[in-house]
Design a protein around this ligand. Structure first.
Ligand code: ZN
Ligand code: ZN
Length: 535
């Protein structure tokens, strides 16, 4: 049997991570994400792992987003020495994102320490440092998509395109279990068909267990075309008031998608002649990685390249790298489009732009990404009249445009369609969603696809057997040393087999003597094995 401990990304959208333990004692991780969205959530990043990172041989990484990769440097700091298997663009994107995350951690700790000094002298340490991030980058081993790899005996894996961001993958994972391997599929974050830039999600037909994301399990996105119209409205609103268009956006994918659409507007002669700023050093580097990885583009993006354009460039576009350049934007008069991180308005340069513009009537605030509970962005979307930004209370006078159609996530229909390709009736675990989203999707999957669905809880340990499932109480992992746990599991399984066998012997009346003898013999043998293992 295989045990899967849900370390994060269950009942919530951040902190994705699963520990997979085979009966043979192999331990691998799928994703190692940071918890984000408010203080309570972030405290989880400091909790004990519940296992020894030094004993993890392989980490499979579905994609570069921090909610899937952001705790890797901490894992390495705490002893992980194995390999990190990811697609080549994921590895490249992580090379900038993990360093950036380390920098944010260091800055945060420094700020907290300074703040504490006024009260006590407690020094606050960062979750991890730039050095830890650099050490983790040395462990990346890129693997090409669609190829089966066997990082160690008994464990095989294949990455398929998930259509979410550049290089994002669905993971197919086979763990050898006696006669037949047990196959798990981790959707990672799943995109949708006809998404900008990236290719459509790969369809998969076979799995014993499916770990499916459910970020938008209760929602249907508006179409991309409608969203483009809304974006144009937001731009025109601010331009007509000579104010700014603020777009908080994740540095990876969303920023490039926005540039891609603005480029379309520009080439069609529809974009007002105002400056466009990408005010995020991380987004600048990410855009360079996008430009390098053209082979991962879909047909439409490829066609733009073939016509001689850069899909992420325009004459009036400026990438501002230094803080001086960033500050200068706020002194500038008149309209401009400002794309800056982070996407949930909880950190990054967007906070400065919000402080300067959110209180100005005529400003457009364009929300294009998911806003986690507790984040500043979510408060604004939920209609807050005032929010705290950089230690100040700022009124919300800007017009807020919430545009859902740019999501890099599948919506309810997309998720149902993708899950509907499985022909093997997998058991489904719904993960990576807030409870209301997961529950709504669970009901739809049961109703439309007739599959068994379970929504795991944080730290819950699932026991998977081929075509069977059991849920253990949420227990601290590693309560028993490994081999003892494996033995205990084996005994339970043998006892169950014995029970079934006895039942069968009793119920089958018209069996030949040979059959009865044979069954008795098997029964004796199992009893013997149990005795042996108990000693
Ligand atoms: Zn993602
Ligand atoms: Zn995610």
């Amino acid at each position: 049997m295989v045990r899967v401990t849900c370390l994060g990304g269950v009942g919530m959208v951040t902190g994705s991570s699963y520990l997979i333990e085979s009966a043979a004692g192999k331990k691998v991780l799928v994703d190692c994400g940071l918890f984000q969205g408010g203080k309570n959530m972030e405290e989880r990043n400091w909790k004990e792992w519940g296992f020894d990172p030094a004993r993890i041989s392989t980490l499979f990484l579905t994609h570069a987003h921090i909610d899937h990769s952001g705790k890797i440097p901490k894992l390495v700091k705490d002893g992980f020495q194995g390999r990190i298997l990811a697609s080549p663009p994921t590895a490249e994107l992580c090379s900038i994102m993990l360093l950036d995350a380390a920098h944010v951690q260091e800055m945060d700790a420094e700020w907290q320490t300074r703040k504490n000094k006024r009260r006590s002298n407690m020094e606050v340490l960062p979750l991890y440092t730039t050095e830890d991030a650099e050490a983790s980058l040395r462990l990346f081993a890129p693997i090409e998509k669609d190829k089966i790899v066997e990082p160690e005996p008994g464990i095989r894996a294949r990455m398929r395109n998930s259509g979410h961001i550049l290089g994002s993958s669905v993971l197919e994972l086979w763990v050898e279990e006696g006669r037949a391997p047990l196959k798990m599929v981790f959707s990672g974050d799943l995109g949708k068909k006809n998404q900008l830039i990236v290719q459509d999600p790969h369809e998969i037909f076979d799995a014993d267990y499916l770990f499916l994301e459910s970020t938008y399990g209760n929602r249907l996105h508006r179409s991309l075309e409608e969203s483009k119209v809304e974006l144009m409205e937001a731009i025109q609103y601010a331009v007509s008031h000579k104010e700014k268009v603020l777009i908080p956006a994740f540095a990876v994918e969303r920023t490039q998608e926005l540039l891609y659409i603005l480029g379309e507007f520009q080439r069609a002669g529809r974009l007002p002649k105002i400056p466009i700023f990408v005010d995020s050093p991380l987004a600048i580097k990410a855009t360079q990685i996008f430009r390098k990885n053209k082979k991962y583009y879909d047909k439409e993006a490829q066609a733009i390249v073939d016509q001689g354009y850069d899909p992420f460039d325009m004459p009036n576009l400026r990438f501002t790298e230094s803080t001086e350049e960033s500050r200068a934007i706020n002194k500038s008069e008149g309209s401009a489009i400002i794309i800056a991180g982070n996407g949930m308005c909880t950190a990054g340069r967007i906070r400065h732009h919000l402080k300067h513009n959110l209180w100005r009537p005529g400003t457009s605030l364009v929300i294009v990404g998911f806003q986690a509970q507790g984040s500043t962005g979510r408060q604004i979307v939920d209609g807050a009249k005032q929010v705290r930004i950089l230690g100040e209370t700022v009124s919300v006078k800007a017009k807020v445009f919430t545009i859902g159609g740019f999501s890099a996530h599948a919506d309810q229909n997309d998720l149902l369609e993708w899950a509907g390709h499985f022909e093997s009736n997998p058991r489904v675990f719904l993960v990576h969603g807030e409870p209301s989203a997961s529950e709504a999707l669970a009901a739809k999957i049961r109703e439309r696809l007739g599959l068994d669905v379970y929504i795991p809880k944080w730290k819950e340990r699932l026991v998977l057997k081929p075509r069977e499932m059991a849920v253990e109480e949420a227990a601290e992992p590693e309560a028993l040393p490994d081999f003892q746990a494996a033995m205990a599991n084996a005994i339970v399984e043998l006892e169950n087999q014995l029970k079934n066998l006895k039942k069968e012997v009793r119920s089958r009346k018209n069996m030949g003597e040979d059959d009865v003898d044979r069954l008795k013999y098997i029964e004796e043998e199992i009893k013997g094995m149990i005795e042996e293992r108990r000693q």
